[in-house]
Unconditional design. Structure first.
Length: 100
């Protein structure tokens, strides 16, 4: 394309989904057709309590991984400086507004 990742993200700043992809996906990810992740590392989230998740947690996304078999992103959360061992799907967490 002849653009750096920085130039690409600047050009896509008004295209939310494409911007997420440009910021988080590697060249290999793009070639494999992975969907852009819903959340990014460092984003504040909380766990949706339900039958799948019985413990409420709130923290930041510390890591994410692509599950090749299921074709979805999994997220890890860091709460109070400690990484939670459980991995969460997009449907298991939601963003938390942070005060500026």
């Amino acid at each position: 394309m002849g653009l750096s990742r920085e130039e690409l993200t600047c050009a896509l700043r008004d295209e939310t989904e494409w911007l997420k992809l440009a910021e988080t996906a590697s060249d290999q990810d793009i070639a494999q057709g992975k969907s852009p992740p819903e959340y990014s590392i460092g984003q504040h989230v909380e766990v949706v309590v339900n039958a799948r998740n019985i413990t409420y947690r709130q923290g930041i996304v510390s890591d994410m991984m692509w599950h090749h078999h299921e074709g979805i992103w999994h997220y890890f959360i860091e709460e109070n400086g400690k990484r939670i061992g459980k991995r969460y799907e997009t449907r298991d967490i939601r963003p938390v507004a942070t005060s500026a």
